[in-house]
Ligand binder design. Structure first.
Ligand SMILES: CC(C)(COP(=O)(O)OP(=O)(O)OC[C@H]1O[C@@H](n2cnc3c(N)ncnc32)[C@H](O)[C@@H]1OP(=O)(O)O)[C@@H](O)C(=O)NCCC(=O)NCCS
Length: 252
């Protein structure tokens, strides 16, 4: 029988003093939290990405440049630079030398080494406003999703289309004040599973109940059930944000 998966985090990056295991370890998933506006006023829409660009590939720099707003260019560059630095530390590699490939539906993964060796390290990224999460593990496929809790006009339509009839009925029975939080939790759970499977939004369906989570959220990731072969953890990773992590075929 496999060992239960342990989750560490969220842990702020960069904060090497607190790193439990920067090397990817079997049965441990570390979730890093990145302040994409670190040292900069979040409202500042003129400061361009700085040193972060130096570790990015030419394609990533082109992608950064395509954003219309300086703040989005800066946040994208910070997120990609952090991903490269974290994976570089994990693998003992120069962050700028890492190459990425895409799975069938575009899920980013580490490109195989020149000899064809596939990496056992798994990672997934989510960003929302000025915050990002990067989950890193070994062997187990994983997905992470982060959402800022905010009013969404079409909550009922989305739940009706992408959740089961029973889930829709329980959502409609909620009070107005419960709805935004419940929606955000339900959506992050579903997206984390789709991102673990690598199918992205193309995988949306109302075929399987993924749930809305139960009980209060903690700042750290806590177990929240098994859904279609994935173990789910949830956390209130910062005020106004919820996150879910899905890890394939894990026991808790
Ligand atoms: C992946 C996807 C679910 C992201 O949803 P989101 O909530 O908007 O964004 P998140 O911040 O949670 O995740 C974005 C990150 O997920 C990762 N990602 C991209 N495609 C992914 C996939 N198929 N599976 C898992 N992770 C994926 C990337 O690291 C991306 O970061 P980047 O934008 O900096 O490159 C969504 O964009 C998607 O389904 N993409 C697939 C392609 C597609 O359908 N495109 C048409 C869009 S109209």
């Amino acid at each position: 029988m496999s060992k239960p998966i342990e989750i560490a985090g969220p842990i702020d990056w960069p904060d090497p003093g607190q790193i439990p295991a920067i090397q990817p370890v079997h049965d441990l998933v570390v979730v890093w939290r990145i302040d994409l506006d670190h040292g900069i006023d979040p409202a500042d829409d003129t400061t361009e990405p700085g040193d972060d660009l130096t570790v990015l590939s030419a394609d990533e720099r082109t992608r950064a440049a395509r954003f219309v707003r300086a703040r989005d260019r800066r946040r994208f560059a910070r997120c990609r630079a952090s991903l490269r630095q974290i994976l570089g530390e994990c693998l003992g590699r120069d962050p700028a030398s890492l190459a990425f490939a895409a799975g069938g539906h575009g899920k980013p993964l580490l490109a195989p080494e020149p000899g064809g060796t596939t990496h056992a390290t798994r990672f997934n990224v989510s960003h929302s406003a000025g915050l990002a999460l990067i989950a890193v593990g070994q062997d187990h496929e994983l997905g992470v999703d982060l959402e800022r809790i905010r009013p969404i006009t079409e909550m009922d339509r989305i739940i009706e289309n992408y959740f089961t009839p029973d889930e829709f009925a329980s959502f409609r029975a909620l009070t107005e004040t419960q709805r935004a939080m419940t929606f955000a939790r339900g959506w992050t759970r579903k997206e984390a599973i789709m991102k673990a499977r690598g199918v992205g939004l193309a995988g949306l369906s109302s075929g399987a109940a993924t749930g809305f989570g139960e009980g209060s959220l903690m700042p750290r990731f806590t177990p929240s059930g098994m859904v279609v072969g994935f173990a789910i953890w949830e956390a209130a990773v910062a005020p106004g944000f919820v996150a879910a992590l899905a890890v394939e075929a894990a026991t808790m």
